[in-house]
Design a protein around this ligand. Structure first.
Ligand SMILES: [Zn+2]
Length: 416
């Protein structure tokens, strides 16, 4: 049984967290993921010294009035912009975050990592034939390539489109119905459960078509795969994200079409044959050198013992990465900023990490786990803030960092 553990962090929008985590709390956290039952609150045992509690209160108050994290997010999103791994913006973000961490007095290291470099090319589609069409017209379809997608030929492919709701419907189709076609997975994001606060669940159900759809249809001979854009966004707003190719299937071009265009295609396909011209020309370029940005506030008593507070610096390229995950990087940096400003002296090293390549490869966290394998026993807790930063309802703390693959199981009280 693992002894008690303390994890502590400061959020950009004014929250300070002191979490008390025992094995039963950790288990309870995972049950809470599955159920909507209201847990019975239990009192947090008083395990901090009066001095520590006073310091935490000061941190909380300072966090409530600081705009440092907000300014960092604004710079990352507005000035630097989208930070897809391997891009010039990602490189600039590394430089910027390193400079900021130095400015607040952290010991900064750039830990080298080779990262994939996928670039988006042309991405256009149009319906060329459908029932009831006016002569010599086409119908524009708004879409984007999925991350990691291979390309169509430069002049595109023109093929009949078929639609399926899900994997079961695909599997039930004979191969000759799928072979040579462009297959659209029209799996709708469940806005109802998302509105009930279960957005992660709705996302998980839909996003599997993004990751596994292309290989599933390729096994049945399809020439390209489209999915209904994942998420609750309308107004022809697209969601990208990484797809993955299985080893046992041909690699075919993969894209996401807007919810409105998915509905349009489904409606027309019900009426008769629909042909689409699809052009996607992304490229996977040679890997490039990048870095995880690491900023330490050395511990006053146990400098070798580490508590990681982190977010990921890379983002997708269709937005500016403010929420995913500029804010996660910024709240982590804010924690360090406030500790320094208030001249607090944590006993253990607080390590801020801005991870590289979380979105399409996890190269940064894998590299860190490899480079620090011998130090694992000294990693006492790891946190990554990612997704749903605007209103934090709970923190989940694990004995293991899912992202980094770092074990934090030394079982000692952490921090202060
Ligand atoms: Zn993220």
């Amino acid at each position: 049984m693992r002894p008690f553990r303390f994890v502590y962090s400061v959020g950009a929008f004014g929250t300070v967290l002191v979490a008390w985590i025992s094995p039963c709390h950790a288990q309870y956290g995972s049950q809470q993921e599955q159920s909507t039952a209201t847990p019975t609150p239990t009192a947090t045992p008083v395990v901090f010294s009066p001095q520590t509690l006073a310091d935490l209160k000061r941190l909380q108050q300072a966090a409530l009035s600081s705009d440092y994290a907000y300014r960092l997010v604004a710079h990352l999103a507005n000035n630097i912009g989208p930070r897809l791994t391997g891009s010039a913006q990602a490189a600039k973000a590394v430089e910027y975050v390193a400079g900021e961490l130095k400015a607040i007095g952290c010991e900064v290291q750039l830990e080298k990592v080779m990262v994939p470099h996928w670039v988006r090319g042309e991405e256009t589609a149009a319906l060329m034939q459908w029932p009831g069409m006016a002569g010599n017209t086409t119908q524009k379809i708004v879409l984007c390539a999925l991350g990691g997608s291979v390309a169509t030929p430069n002049d595109g492919i023109t093929a009949e489109v078929i639609t399926v709701k899900n994997f079961d419907e695909l599997k039930a189709m004979p191969r000759d119905k799928v072979a040579g076609k462009i297959v659209l997975f029209n799996y709708p994001f469940d806005k109802r459960i998302a509105a009930e606060g279960r957005g992660g669940e709705a996302y998980g159900e839909a996003v599997v078509y993004r990751s596994d759809g292309p290989s599933a249809v390729a096994r049945q001979g399809a020439v390209a795969c489209l999915i209904r854009s994942v998420g609750g966004a309308d107004y022809r707003i697209l969601h990208t994200g990484q797809t993955k190719y299985a080893d046992d299937a041909p690699k075919i071009a993969a894209g996401a079409v807007t919810a409105e265009d998915a509905d349009l295609i489904v409606d027309l396909v019900k009426q008769g044959p629909v042909k689409m011209k699809l052009v996607l020309t992304p490229q996977t370029l040679p890997e490039v050198e990048s870095a995880n940005v690491i900023g330490d506030i050395k511990g006053s008593e146990h400098p070798e013992q580490v508590v990681i507070v982190s977010g990921h610096l890379d983002s997708w390229d269709l937005g500016t990465g403010a929420i995913d995950d500029g804010a996660g990087v910024a709240v982590s940096m804010e924690a360090a900023n406030l500790i320094q400003k208030l001249h607090l002296k944590p006993k253990r090293t607080i390590r801020v990490i801005a991870w590289m390549n979380e979105e399409n490869g996890l190269a940064g966290s894998k590299q860190y786990a490899k480079d620090h394998e011998k130090d694992w026993a000294n990693h006492f807790a790891t946190m990554e803030t990612d997704s749903r930063r605007a209103r934090r309802r709970r923190y989940r703390a694990d004995g293991e960092s899912r992202r980094a693959g770092i074990r934090a199981d030394s079982g000692q009280p952490v921090l202060f």
